[in-house]
Design a protein around this ligand. Structure first.
Ligand code: NAD
Length: 366
């Protein structure tokens, strides 16, 4: 059953990590390492069942393969989940035990923060292994990726404007931004700097107030965001918000935002085009955070990060080109671009077998 599942999803390796004394139950899934070591965050979540945890890690690690591949990075896809409640089950021993499992993979998997994990937890992991990114800047980390993700989203937006309207005049259009958190707030700031009209919503009223007072956005209700007359809808909070209920309500011409898994189903993705809506595939648009941590390998450099973010514009351009060339929806074109890259590089190199990347050799350990 387990091997059948892994065969279907195409994973190279799935590691079950257990340490009774530390109370560790974790799964590391390495999906594909043809392009490079598998990089992806660790999520801590009180999964109701082990099967649920397994499904999540398999799905998320596969997603990382596609994100890295479409972004032109020399990275594979992986992810880890720790089964437990982040509010009550954390301890130094748990994260160090987990770090030892990561270390045993000798660089085939490199971790980072994800839901339920913070920079302090990663400091413990770093005590046992160097295969950690996104740690504090004093350890050579790159810090908060959100401003980069927002800047990358702007690049994706300009590519979409170009294809849809034949210009990249961000300020000429109106935007409905759902979620003004770490990424969203930075994104609306960039939009407003260009003079765009921006509608915002968020469950956090203080964030909405800040977007209105500091950046001059217009607040709308949580559900109202789907009905506003805006040229661009930017999901920047949750996944699955483009679904059969919301789609008939959307008046936009472009969907471009930073949230993961924006389309509820593939069928919704197929339907968008018929409605004249250009979808900028989420994992290509929001790759700024991943790009940013990838630079840590060579010694973090902000200038290089910003240059890399601008590549998102060209990546989106290629996706839109494939969509047109092959007559397929843009979400499928993104998958195709990722798969073609992995297939072609796979012909000239073997999967990453875990030699220690020299770039990690000199990094200080905590
Ligand atoms: P965040 O938690 O800082 O912000 C999310 C915001 O959405 C919060 O302000 C929250 O109150 C709001 N929100 C939650 N539910 C809502 C709802 N129903 N309606 C309106 N607002 C709601 O997270 P973030 O780091 O800004 O990330 C935003 C999205 O982008 C997430 O989907 C995340 O997975 C994705 N993403 C983030 C990064 C990054 O660098 N942070 C990178 C890639 C993808």
């Amino acid at each position: 059953m387990l091997f059948e599942t892994i065969t279907k999803t195409g994973h190279e390796e799935v590691v079950f990590c257990h340490n009774k004394d530390a109370g560790l139950k974790a799964i590391i899934a390495i999906h594909n390492t043809v392009l490079g070591p598998a990089l992806g965050g660790t999520r801590m979540w009180p999964y109701a069942t082990e099967q649920e945890a397994l499904n999540d890690v398999l799905r998320l690690s596969r997603g990382m393969t596609y994100k890295a591949a479409v972004s032109g990075l020399n990275l594979g896809g992986g992810k880890a989940v720790i089964i437990g409640n982040p509010a009550t089950d954390k301890s130094e021993a748990l994260f160090r035990a987990f770090g030892r499992f990561i270390n045993s993979l000798n660089g085939r998997y490199i971790t980072a923060e994800d839901v339920g994990i913070d920079v302090n937890d990663m400091e413990y992991v770093l005590k046992e292994t160097e295969f950690v990114t996104g740690v504090h800047q004093v350890h050579g980390g790159s810090g908060d990726p959100s401003p980069f993700t927002a800047y990358g989203t702007m690049q994706g937006l300009m590519a979409a404007l170009n294809v849809k309207f034949g210009n990249e005049d961000v300020g000429k259009y109106s935007y409905a931004v759902q979620g003004v958190g770490h990424v969203g707030m930075e994104f609306v700031k960039l939009l407003r700097e260009q003079g765009a009209k921006v509608f915002v919503t968020d469950i956090n009223e203080a964030s909405v107030r800040r977007a209105v007072d500091e950046y001059g956005c217009e607040a709308v209700g949580l559900d109202e965001i789907y009905d506003v007359e805006a040229d661009i809808y930017s999901p920047t909070a949750l996944g699955g918000t483009v679904n059969e209920k919301t789609l008939p309500r959307l008046k936009c011409k472009i969907i471009c935002g930073a949230a993961n898994n924006q389309l509820a189903t593939d069928e919704i993705g197929d339907e968008l085009e018929g409605r004249g809506i250009l979808y900028a595939p989420d994992y290509a648009v929001n790759a700024g955070g991943l790009m940013n941590v990838s630079i840590e390998f060579d010694g973090y450099n902000r200038e290089r990060a910003m240059r890399m973010m601008r590549g998102i514009y060209y990546n989106l351009g290629k996706i839109f080109h494939i969509s047109k060339r092959d007559g397929i929806p843009t979400y499928k074109a993104a998958d195709r671009m990722a798969e073609e890259r992995i297939a072609s590089i796979g012909k000239i190199k073997l999967p990453h077998m875990g030699n220690v990347p020299p770039r990690f050799m000199g990094r200080a350990k905590g």
